[in-house]
Ligand binder design. Structure first.
Ligand SMILES: [Zn+2]
Length: 315
């Protein structure tokens, strides 16, 4: 039996969703919301309403490392030390590995310079540096068991779906065709494929990965997607097709801007996203860079470095 915990938010995500899966002697928590008291209250209320308590939880599985999916983990494990399962790529992020996070800051510093972001880029890297220490509190304290493609945890099949994040997994319950989808598929908004470095500091081709992961889900038998935000999605195939189509459309729009003579990623981002370039800088750059990488991969554009900045043009 699935007990959804839906915590509303005024932001565009609409809600933070996570799920209790109750079986005879097991109670699995899939994702763990955001670390605010309201979320903790919703979580406990759902447990109480079903005659359960935190002590009944037997494991936590995380779909990915983002803070709005891991928020209550430390509160829970401080009460009951249950095993935590997450993708092997999640662990350095969940444990806030210092080497990885400083590599990540260097990665963004170089990336924003090479993409011609100027002052906004420097400002954002400054914020990342400051956040490095304050985000220590997000570190997951308990033991994390790595999971990978094909593993089965408590009857749930692990399917790797990188794109939104490099460590993203979805969990399929084959007999019910229920899928716990994290942020891979959200009903009311398209998920961002967020640009990240891999462990070596190389840029991951996120849009390409995300497209492949969407395609992968089209081949699964799924009835219902229990999403990380917004509504629960019935018959998701149509929505997946729509998301794939929308990504291709966006790539074409960005290609048109390059054909019109815009050459740097920051120039394209300013033109495409207007004010959001300043207000949502990292998401906006992530989206543009992801699409530019994808266009390059598809041999539609080429690039040339001038004075340390990449300039793109039609191929
Ligand atoms: Zn996320």
């Amino acid at each position: 039996m699935i007990h959804p915990i839906i915590v509303p938010t005024k932001y565009s995500l609409r809600s933070f969703n996570f799920y209790l899966v109750q079986e005879e002697n097991e109670l699995t928590l899939i994702d763990a919301g955001i670390n605010i008291d309201e979320c903790w209250e919703y979580f406990n209320r759902t447990l109480n309403e079903n005659g359960l308590s935190v002590h009944d939880i037997t494991r936590i599985i995380l779909t990915h490392n983002h803070e709005d999916h891991t928020g209550l983990v430390n509160r829970i494990t401080s009460i009951k030390n249950v095993p935590i399962y997450a993708h092997e790529e999640s662990i350095i992020r969940l444990k806030r590995d210092k080497d990885y996070f400083s590599l990540r800051i260097d990665f963004f510093d170089q990336l924003y310079r090479e993409m011609g972001c100027g002052e906004e880029g420097r400002e954002h890297v400054g914020k990342l540096r400051k956040a490095m220490n304050s985000k220590e509190r997000f570190k997951i304290q308990g033991d994390i068991h790595p999971i990978v493609e094909g593993d089965i945890v408590s009857g749930l099949q692990v399917i790797e779906t990188p794109g939104h994040s490099p460590d993203h997994v979805v969990l399929l319950q084959p007999e019910t065709q229920n899928l716990f989808g994290g942020d891979h598929l959200v009903g009311h908004i398209s998920s961002n494929a967020i640009v990240e470095p891999d462990r070596q500091g190389n840029r991951i081709l996120t849009i390409n990965e995300y497209l492949q992961s969407l395609q992968k889900c089209l081949e699964l038998d799924i009835n219902t997607v229990y999403s990380g935000h917004g509504r629960i999605i019935k018959n998701p195939k149509e929505l997946i097709h729509h998301r794939i189509e929308r990504i291709h459309q966006k790539s074409e729009q960005i290609l048109s801007l390059i054909k019109e003579g815009m050459t740097t990623a920051s120039e394209i981002a300013r033109s495409f996203y207007k004010d959001k370039y300043r207000t949502e800088f990292s998401l906006v750059m992530s989206e543009i860079i992801g699409h530019i990488d994808y266009l390059e991969l598809c041999n539609k554009i080429k690039k040339e470095k001038k004075e340390g900045v990449w300039h793109y043009s039609e191929l």
